[in-house]
Design a binder for this molecule. Structure first.
Ligand code: PGA
Length: 261
């Protein structure tokens, strides 16, 4: 399959603590990214920072995204943020169904609604899936199949054609650890094939090949090169290492290197 442009997504989670610190972090990331070519970069900042960061950024290389989005288009939904609102402040992407949101009660059905809203609203949707733990009998494979099939249940082949569906495989057991606890490239390669198979069962091989598959879970400079070279992935969803501009910069460099191969 033809290699897509690598896509590196930063998930800042509920960090940093102030707008001042967020601007400084952005400055650090911009510095690291100026020399990078051929890599798609998306920064998913907390909702309240997106507008400010987007306006203060003069370049073109970085896109901004949200870490969640409402399942509704408009109306009386206290505390929620719609796809349209995100569009209006210049966001281009939204993470949907992150395991930390699923852990606080988001069901597969809600994730499916959010995914549909995001794709129909024209944003890049970064759909997160991943099992809590691995069991010897391979039941985790069923968990992945169930999460994917449920999320895609209302997504039409047309929704896929825009190339805006991105699936981030993030095994919960590998999130927030150190680089050595990330998934091994061979195991991720198997998972990439499995995910693409499930998507192609529903939409056919050609459409499934338009979907980007990312890996997330303790991605750090120490493991990023190997994973990109050997796991057949299109990029990463990066948590803690995205808060360290130098580390994030090294991950971007690894992605640029993969592209050039
Ligand atoms: P991590 O987080 O890189 O800190 O493991 C990834 C994520 O939760 O998206």
């Amino acid at each position: 399959m033809k290699r897509k442009q690598p896509h590196i997504v930063a998930n800042w989670k509920m960090q940093p603590g102030t707008i001042g610190a967020a601007r400084e972090l952005l400055r650090g990331v911009v510095k690291q990214s100026v020399a990078i070519r051929g890599v798609q970069i998306t920064l998913c900042a907390p909702f309240v920072f997106i507008s400010d960061l987007r306006r203060s950024y003069r370049g073109k290389a970085i896109n901004f995204g949200a870490q969640d989005v409402s399942a509704h288009e408009r109306g009386a939904h206290t505390g929620e943020v719609s796809v349209g609102m995100l569009q209006s402040v210049g966001a281009r992407a939204a993470i949907v169904g992150h395991s930390e949101r699923r852990a606080s009660g988001e069901s597969d059905a809600l994730v499916a609604q959010k995914l549909l809203q995001t794709l129909r609203g024209g944003l890049v949707a970064i759909l997160c899936i991943g099992e809590q733990e691995r069991d010897e009998r391979g039941e985790y494979l069923q968990v992945i199949r169930q999460q994917l099939q449920s999320a895609l249940s209302s997504v039409s082949p047309l929704d896929l054609e825009l190339g805006k569906l991105t699936i981030a495989y993030e095994p919960v057991w590998a999130i927030g650890k150190s680089g050595k606890d990330a998934m091994q490239p061979e195991a991720m390669h198997e998972m990439t094939i499995y995910i693409r198979k499930i998507v192609s069962e529903r939409y056919g091989i050609e459409k499934a090949s338009m979907v980007s598959i990312l890996y997330g879970g303790s991605v750090e400079p120490s493991n990023s090169g190997d994973l990109l070279a050997r796991a057949e992935i299109d990029g990463f969803l990066v948590g803690h290492a995205s808060l360290e501009p130098q580390d994030f910069g090294l991950i971007l460099k690894a992605a640029q290197h993969t592209k050039a191969q």
